[in-house]
Design a protein around this ligand. Sequence first.
Ligand code: GLV
Ligand code: GLV
Length: 334
Amino acid sequence: VAQKIFITRKITASGVKLMEDAGFSVTEWTEKRDLTQEELIGHCKNYDALVSAGPNKLDKHFLNECRHLKVIALHAVGFDNVDVAEATRLGILVGNTPGVLSKTTADTAFLLMLNVSRKAFYHHQRILNGEWGFFDPTVNLGIELDGKTLGIFGLGNIGTEMAKRCSRAFGMKVIYHNRSRNEEAEKELGAEYVSFDELLDRSDILSVHSSLNKENGAIFNRDVFAKMKSTAIFINTARGAMHDEEALIEALRNGIIWGAGLDVSNPEPMLPHNPLLTMENVAVTPHIGTSTEETRVEMVRLIAENIIAGLKGQSLPYPVNPEVYKADTSEKQH
Ligand code: GLV
Ligand code: GLV
């Protein structure tokens, strides 16, 4: 019998085809709602591999209930929803989709930055409400991007693409803060490595491109916003858990910073009456960072390559926990 793959959402068809052509049986969850945790566990019991698309929590409980899974392929680059150490301990291979979504995600950050700087979503909302108004030379002005300083928190693939866009389009000066220096980007973009405090102090636009880890949860808090310029725009297309949303709302209300563009929130989705949704200087999109036709085709290709390799007992081409291969402590051999 063919080994079986369960997918938590309908994904781009070319990915399903790759897995079926490799001889596997594929089932997609096609309802327009998230599986509950219990439903997810219940389904996975009957499958050999999982493609996880969306916010499923692949925590200790899930992994232990589903320790028979050979491979989990994430429809994402971020893997903060997975207890990777536990997956490794159980010998479950986990893969993600790095690289192919970097430009698209940077585009999303760029889109939000432009939007906020000219209050485009706000003006659009006014138009929808029939408020064209009259020409008023001093009201609802935006701010200029040309020649400003872009601060990148987390200069990896995505941050580099954002930096390229901003330096080429607007001649922006690029500064960044990382756990480790990115000398390639320094050379290519003239990016300047700075301390976290200096990043806050100097950025006109501060864009978050780090992955979420144990050290940066809610790192953008009240004290941090207080150190930013009152004219600064904060952009987050990475993970909502990296900013304290109450503190952000307060900072925007009190003019501590000027604006914000968010593709991610905390919680996600936002609650309906979140004040961020009606602020003039805020643009919000619903986690569409990677959502282009082209990128989704590439993401499902990487997913299929991960799943096929995992089910064949080979190393994943895009592994999150390559340590599985060397861990003799692993409870399961592949
Ligand atoms: C999306 O959020 C991703 O991690 O790819
Ligand atoms: C994503 O691919 C990143 O490393 O930024």
